[in-house]
Ligand binder design. Sequence first.
Ligand code: PHE
Length: 342
Amino acid sequence: LRNNYLTAIAGAGDEAALEEIRVAALGKKGEISLKMRELGQMDPATRQAAGAALNRLKDEIDAALRAKKSALADAALDARLKGEWLDVTLPGRPRRQGTIHPVSQVTEEVTAIFADMGFAVAEGPQIEDDWHNFDALNIPPEHPARQEHDTFFMARAEGDDRPPHVLRTHTSPVQIRAMAAQGAPIRVIAPGRVYRMDMDQTHTPMFHQVEGLAIDRDISMANLKWVLEEFCRSFFEVDSVELRFRASHFPFTEPSAEVDIRCSWEGGQLKIGEGDKWMEILGSGMVHPKVLSAAGVDPNEWQGFAFGMGIDRLAMLKYGIPDLRAFFESDLRWLRHYGFAA
Ligand code: PHE
């Protein structure tokens, strides 16, 4: 009897099987319980011996059941732990991170450099009216510069013969807006998008400029030269730069100068600051008195300089990127190649 039960208990596969064995042995109608009940009909001497033996057997089976039960629970826990095992030493799955677009990055750099020189940031609309984009900048309707700008015009409703709004062709209208809003003295830059109907390796119909404007009582071309040199040294991270001021013409500055930077171009490598090449980087000049007047600033009291440069051009030069169109194609392979995306 004893061996039967102990063998059955050892072989039980789960708790339900154990419970069956317990009921069969120790339950109300269990084999051992029935034997206990038979003790009453025995004579005292036999009863004592049989009773003690039965009690021992009952305790032994009870203990074996408990032990097996906890062994089964342990095994179940082990199995679960094995199934849910987590290797915390495995390397993580990499996730690509977004990064700043080169044009945004250069805009931030440019803004920071001019901020150090006391220039605040001014803004204007990308859809500009004809007056701010042209007239106020001393470009009257018949002026040839209007054609040179390859302007995108916004459609007017039929019968509306006011001059159409334009997509601003340069950031210079922000000169007018900033002076009209703040008066003089003023020192601002205006980075932003501009539009011209033009498309090749170095031109896109939308591109970015940064305008600079400094108006005070005695600002001269010398100040312009210093500011631009400081900017270039800082932006291109070189100890010295050489700038060439070439006489030029813009309707909104007098005198006007286009500025080139000394560089070399060897084996597809551009170097700023040395070499025998000149790369045009911006247009500039002393703000025309008519422009000051148009913006409500008295030209008899105030004077100053303005400049405008291409941000995308600056990015191409700094990062050695040959094709401007790639800037706006959102091709991740291109961005990664130049280190602008992870
Ligand atoms: N607005 C001119 C351009 O788009 C650049 C410029 C700005 C020139 C300010 C002189 C002064 O080419």
